[in-house]
Design a protein around this ligand. Structure first.
Ligand SMILES: Nc1ncnc2c1ncn2[C@@H]1O[C@H](COP(=O)(O)OP(=O)(O)O)[C@@H](O)[C@H]1O
Ligand SMILES: O=C(O)C1=C[C@@H](OP(=O)(O)O)[C@@H](O)[C@H](O)C1
Length: 232
């Protein structure tokens, strides 16, 4: 199974480390379609030391493991460390440029919980890679006359929203050179994975829950409230 492509995307979360203690690590997991009949999953686990005001540069260690399907246990294929400049966006930009030659135009689907940074990271990535940025929630809203996600859930129910979400991902799956910020719940539907991995690479922004809570609290639930337990 092709595992030669080991992408090293670091997604630092040291901003959270400052606020929430000294154990935060950032991790970035993404899948790479090795061949049509196989799906490879590469997992990149960068480990970030905590930001200290004195040092501009820190060594960021990472571990890359690879498995040939969802079920096989991943084996570590590479570990190492990079000297990361402090600017988070710059780290992301530099790593994106490093990864770009391996992408072969594959779209990138960012998944993760609400507040994990799918939109923020997605816009930086699309800019650096000269890809088009898409927000699946925004595409769904366009189809329902600009109604907010909360209004869609309230008026039509979650089942309606999930159906629209799958239709949007199906349409995007035939396109290349996209960076797609998916909705936090897109991963709950298996067929969405098939569409995202058809011509794309799925990247999971795995942010510590404490940091997520702070971010969502800072922007307020009104932006993308999810009336849990509603069925449409
Ligand atoms: N790496 C980060 N460190 C700190 N705050 C972040 C980071 N990435 C995103 N945020 C903030 O978290 C909030 C949610 O980010 P957003 O990109 O909208 O997440 P999502 O699209 O996954 O819901 C925003 O206020 C954003 O500025
Ligand atoms: O977690 C979820 O199920 C949802 C997250 C939201 O997207 P964001 O993750 O972009 O907020 C939005 O798709 C909707 O409220 C459903």
């Amino acid at each position: 199974m092709e595992a030669g492509v080991a992408c090293k995307l670091n997604y630092p979360t040291w901003i959270e480390s400052e606020r929430f203690g000294r154990n935060s690590t950032g991790s970035l997991r993404f899948g790479r379609i090795a061949k049509e009949e196989h799906k490879a999953r590469l997992v990149v686990l960068p480990h970030f030391p905590v930001l200290t005001s004195s040092n501009r540069f820190r060594s960021v260690s990472f571990e890359i493991s690879c498995s040939s399907s969802k079920n096989f246990s991943a084996s570590t294929i590479e570990t190492g460390s990079v000297h990361a400049p402090y600017d988070e966006a710059l780290v992301l930009k530099n790593k994106s440029l490093e990864v770009e030659p391996y992408l072969n135009g594959h779209s990138i689907y960012l998944v993760g919980l609400m507040g994990s940074g799918k939109t923020t990271v997605g816009k930086i990535l699309s800019n650096v890679l000269s890809y088009s940025f898409c927000d699946s929630d925004a595409l769904i809203k366009q189809e329902v006359n600009g109604m907010s996600v909360a209004e869609i859930f309230k008026l039509h129910g979650e089942r309606f929203f999930r159906k629209k979400e799958t239709e949007v991902l199906q349409r995007l799956s035939s396109k290349k050179q996209l960076v797609v910020s998916t909705g936090g719940g897109a991963v709950v539907c298996d067929v969405n994975w098939d569409y995202m991995q058809k011509k794309g690479i799925v990247v999971w922004l795995d942010v510590p829950l404490e940091a997520l809570a702070q971010r969502i609290a800072a922007v307020g639930f009104k932006t993308s409230v999810l009336p849990f337990g509603t069925e449409g």
